[in-house]
Write a protein that binds this ligand. Structure first.
Ligand SMILES: Cc1ncc(COP(=O)(O)O)c(C=O)c1O
Length: 396
């Protein structure tokens, strides 16, 4: 099927006077998804108690089943969250880590989640260590070996991203999950950029925890994410937020068996921890419909083609030093070193002021300013040309 990408673009609410090349922070939302969410909210406000709270649990479970199918997971192993930060906090703070053990994080991990892992290690009496990840791997084996050689007998858990936020590098988390499980090490995956960008079959992996955002590449409403928890952990976790479900997750001991539309106390204990707006999660079904109408393969190919164009225009033609690994080891995001005096915020602002283009920028560890470009399916070749032209002028 050939996709009319101009027609796809018209389904987004993006300001036509601007260029949005930062899907890696927040995706733009397709109009049908926004409209579904608005309809759901208006309906709920007709009777906030009955329609907004009580009767939301079964539809929520239905949305959860459909999203889980997309993720290749059993819905019982998925918990909805408002973002990955909260999802991974729940995973890390609920797990009984061994006192005196060691927790590791790769040195390209996202700051907020590193903060969480470091604090969990401190409170659990574990040491915390950051180890180097290859920047320009030549093979998947090199990445796997770089992680496995760090796993020592005291290592209890490792935090790794599926897709590195700074450069778009994809880590072989499925292979790592299997290898680490054999060594008794829990793999905690920060999948902020996974769902919607790279195919997932979570239920067929040995990954222990996977926190994924649905408000980035998946194109769900803002405030949608999930936590996947491997089945053998359900009985081991203890919630750090305790609500009506209490703390007992053993179905043999739990008083409620058909819990609010789900069949498993794990959901009751870890997900129903107080009232919240279910509408963004219910509207995820519309995102699934939107994606299906375009086709997953078409979406992935489009992003790959746009990012290849970004790399050609900014890297090969403009001469900016590429900081993303070879295309076969990366997805969706491309990073470049920017010469000169620009501080990250200054660069973002300068690009926006010059041509109303939104991109992301920050400093790497040695203090160089990096520019990150992440087009969405709404982006066009002409918009990427406009970015190259703008940078050419600004950096002259
Ligand atoms: C790798 C990575 N992890 C975690 C996050 C945090 O996501 P959120 O703010 O939705 O919790 C981000 C956000 O950009 C990210 O890139």
């Amino acid at each position: 099927m050939r996709v009319d990408w101009k027609a796809v673009r018209r389904q987004f609410l993006l300001d036509p006077r601007e260029i949005y090349l930062n899907a890696g922070t927040f995706s733009a939302l397709p109009r049908p998804v926004l409209e579904a969410q608005q309809r759901l909210m208006a309906h709920a406000e007709g009777n906030p108690t009955r329609r907004g709270a009580r009767n939301r649990l079964r539809p929520l479970w239905r949305a959860q089943r459909r999203v889980a199918r997309y993720l290749g997971a059993d819905p019982e192993d998925i918990l909805f969250h408002i973002n990955v930060t909260q999802a991974l906090n729940q995973a890390l703070f609920s797990h009984p880590w061994p006192k005196g053990g060691e927790f590791l994080a790769g040195d390209l991990e996202y700051g907020a989640i590193v903060n969480c892992a470091r604090e969990v290690a401190r409170r659990s009496g574990m040491s915390f260590r950051v180890f180097p990840i290859p920047r320009e791997p030549r093979s998947e084996d090199e990445l796997v070996e770089a992680v496995l050689r760090e796993a020592k007998p005291a290592t209890a858990g490792i935090l790794l991203s599926h897709v590195i936020s700074a450069t778009g590098m994809v880590l072989p988390v499925e292979r790592l999950g299997t290898a680490l499980r054999r060594r008794g090490v829990r793999l905690v995956v920060d999948g902020a950029h996974g769902p919607g960008l790279v195919p997932l079959k979570l239920g067929s992996t040995d990954i222990d925890f996977y926190g994924g955002n649905l408000h980035k590449w998946f194109m769900g409403p803002k405030g949608t994410a999930f936590l996947y928890v491997a089945r053998d952990l359900h009985l081991k976790l203890r919630p750090h937020v305790v609500g009506w479900g209490g703390v007992e997750t053993d179905p043999r001991k739990h008083k409620v068996h058909d819990v609010k539309g789900t069949a498993w106390p794990f959901q009751y204990v870890f997900q129903f921890q107080g009232l919240y707006d279910a509408c963004p999660f219910l509207a995820l079904e519309e995102t699934l419909r939107f994606r299906r109408a375009i086709g997953e393969t078409n979406i992935r190919r489009r992003i790959a083609a746009l990012i290849a164009l970004v790399r050609r225009r900014l890297g090969k033609e403009l001469g900016l030093r590429e900081r993303s690994p070879a295309p076969e080891f990366s997805a969706g995001l491309a990073a470049f070193e920017v010469p000169g005096e620009f501080a990250p915020y200054g660069l973002e602002e300068a690009v926006f002021r010059a041509s109303r283009i939104t991109v992301a920028a920050w400093k790497d560890a040695p203090g160089r300013t990096l520019l990150r470009v992440s087009p969405g399916i709404w982006s066009s070749e002409a918009e990427i040309d406009a970015l190259a032209e703008t940078l050419g002028r600004l950096l002259r």
